[in-house]
Design a protein around this ligand. Structure first.
Ligand code: C2E
Ligand code: MG
Ligand code: MG
Ligand code: MG
Length: 276
């Protein structure tokens, strides 16, 4: 591009790029003040009903635009937020934003949709987690079925603890999904022990559709298993038509991925999906 556009353009492009944080200590100190400096936002990604093409649910994905270092992907700062404990504050902020949106959309008469929020193990295990959810639902006057909580297998290690939290959440009426299904090491028996509504097949499996027969066998098995247990299935990371065809053919309910849309700012979601 230097040759084609000249030096000016080259420098411009460079300055637009986000530099990585030189170290975690600095990243943590910036992350601590990200809410205060209004650097966090939420993007939403639609989930498509593969049969009807309808869209009645979205996943909330956090975005961090640091004033000094620019865009930082969640894969870089969520692990740090988790290990430093900042995830509680950040996670509370995400839940609050999502509930605010749901209330606002409802008051404006937009069609009802569900939003799924990623919940880190530290959040999930907080003493008051279920109570927090209950208070949020009441504060923003939200019907529980419009809020979904995505947990990972790593949150479900302690059986008694998990059972007690999930039972409370189920009593509230919110939806619970297992994110990144198939990548953890927990035993499948949790599927019969816990009240789980939705299974999200990890994108690594979707990626290898039509490349790997063993992989296809696993996806088919996950879909059948979920359905026999009365759970819905969402395929993550659907990028190609061929993947969609395979998933549809094997009765996977929903798909989420770049084939349909990337995660978008809330205003754009309203324009593209809620006003129609
Ligand atoms: P996840 O929950 O499994 O979210 C799906 C990730 O896949 C998102 O990455 C999304 O942008 C990306 N994705 C969606 N469609 C496609 C596709 O077709 N192809 C590919 N290659 N990727 C796709 P993102 O937004 O970078 O988030 C990464 C992870 O960070 C999330 O994985 C989740 O574990 C975590 N995360 C994001 N937001 C939050 C949050 O608010 N709280 C917590 N605790 N974790 C979050
Ligand atoms: Mg997720
Ligand atoms: Mg995840
Ligand atoms: Mg996932």
């Amino acid at each position: 591009y230097a040759k084609k556009n000249g030096r000016y353009h080259y420098r411009f492009y460079r300055s637009e790029m986000s530099q990585a944080f030189p170290n975690e200590v600095l990243m943590e100190s910036h992350l601590k003040r990200a809410i205060e400096f209004d650097e966090l936002s939420i993007h939403l990604q639609p989930q498509i009903d593969l049969r009807t093409k309808e869209i009645d649910s979205f996943e909330a994905l956090i975005r961090w635009n640091n004033r000094k270092f620019g865009y930082v992907p969640p894969s870089q700062f969520i692990p740090l937020a988790e290990s430093s404990g900042l995830i509680i504050q950040i996670g509370d902020w995400v839940l609050e934003q999502v509930c605010k949106n749901l209330q606002e959309w409802n008051s404006k008469g937009y069609r009802p949709v569900r939003i799924a929020v990623n919940i880190s193990p530290k959040q999930f295990k907080e003493e008051k987690f279920a109570l927090k959810i209950e208070q949020l639902l009441s504060k923003y006057d939200i019907e529980p079925r419009y809020l979904e909580l995505e947990i990972t297998e790593s949150s479900m290690v302690n059986v008694n603890e998990t059972h007690s939290i999930l039972t409370k959440l189920k009593q509230l009426g919110v939806f619970v999904s297992v994110d990144d299904f198939g990548t953890g090491y927990s035993s499948l028996s949790y599927l019969k022990k816990y009240p789980i509504d939705i299974i999200k097949i990890d994108q690594s499996f979707i990626k290898d559709i039509s490349k790997d027969e063993k992989n296809e066998a696993i996806i088919k098995a996950i879909i059948t298993l979920s359905q026999n247990l009365g759970m819905d299935v969402v395929a993550e990371g659907v990028e190609e038509k061929l993947q969609e065809q395979f998933l549809k053919q094997h009765n996977c309910q929903k798909g989420q991925g770049y084939l349909y849309n990337k995660p978008l700012p809330v205003d754009q979601i309203i324009q593209e999906y809620l006003l129609k």
